[in-house]
Design a binder for this molecule. Structure first.
Ligand code: SF4
Length: 292
């Protein structure tokens, strides 16, 4: 495995930070196309709590995101325009093209990352992404979460895993770098099944992985189930035991973009160990110092 930090330094010559932005889109799992109410873990912000409002121009959102990061980063830093919220390709091709081109033209932006669902990549959208990938390094982030259709049905993902497999194939055929999101700790999954999801993504051809533990957030369907004791979350050691198995298992060129995330504090109900980012980072550095 290779860390994203190392990968970015090798590819871009310096550290890269993500400037999170939103498009004016929703998600087919919310508007009734393949479901309503969204995935059971997803908050009202559509997994984009750190992004700004989709009603602002892309340029202004990037300016604001870079402005917020500027005091924390060195001068020798590059930015990835990260289209994060909801399903970024769930929109008209012209709107997507114009938005991505606007990000391309921003002087601070050296790459673009687009988070989406694998069932929202029709041919026309793939064409747009391919055009953009010819201009600037492009990453497409797919929310697989699990390779088990049964577990996915449990949280209401709204598409079978084969759709993910086909999407990875279509993106790779167009030379686009794919990052797969996987959640560890979904109800009904054993550690072996979580490792199985990672192996599935690797076999499908993903270039990178983003791992996160299941968070229980306010206002989600999982909130009620958690409070009723129907579902549980992973403890810190338990979570990183699974992460360690994954890191030992993935191919040496697999880019690990994230070992865990930090849920939005104002919405986080559990697990609370994820809320202290500094402690989590210290723990990761101690535990994985020989691997990372
Ligand atoms: S996690 Fe993604 S696909 Fe699921 S409801 Fe939220 S925005 Fe939609």
């Amino acid at each position: 495995m290779i860390t994203a930090d190392k990968y970015y330094k090798e590819r871009f010559g310096h550290k890269m930070y993500k400037a999170a932005i939103s498009l004016d889109v929703t998600c087919p799992n919310r508007d009734g196309t393949c479901g309503v109410g969204g995935c059971a873990f997803c908050s009202e912000g559509g997994s984009g709590e750190f992004a700004t409002s989709g009603s602002m121009s892309v340029t202004k959102q990037i300016d604001e995101a870079i402005g917020r990061l500027a005091s924390k980063v060195s001068a020798d830093t590059g930015y990835i325009a990260y289209f994060q919220s909801f399903t970024s390709t769930y929109c008209a091709e012209n709107y997507l093209r114009a938005s991505l081109l606007e990000a391309c033209e921003h002087p601070g932006v050296e790459a673009i990352s687009v988070a989406t669902r694998p069932d929202c990549l029709p041919e026309g959208t793939l064409d747009v992404l391919e055009q953009i990938a010819r201009k600037i390094p492009l990453f497409v982030e797919l929310g697989l979460q699990t390779s088990s259709d049964e577990v996915a049905d449990g949280f209401g993902r709204g598409y079978p895993t084969i759709v993910y497999d086909e999407a990875v194939g279509a993106l790779k055929a167009r030379g686009i770098n794919v990052i797969t999101h996987i959640i560890l700790g979904l109800p009904g999954e054993s550690p072996d099944m979580m490792l199985g999801s990672v192996r599935h993504a690797v076999e499908a051809g993903t270039d990178g992985l983003k791992l996160t533990c299941l968070y229980i957030l306010k206002g989600t369907r999982y909130e009620a189930l958690y409070k009723e004791g129907e579902i549980a979350v992973l403890g810190r050691e338990e979570y990183f035991d699974i992460v360690e198995r994954i890191l030992m298992d993935v191919p040496s060129d697999m880019v690990i973009h994230r070992l865990t995330g930090d849920g939005p504090k104002r919405l986080l109900i559990a697990p609370m160990w994820t809320s202290d980012k500094r402690q989590v980072v210290n723990y990761i550095n101690r535990r994985f110092r020989d691997i990372l």
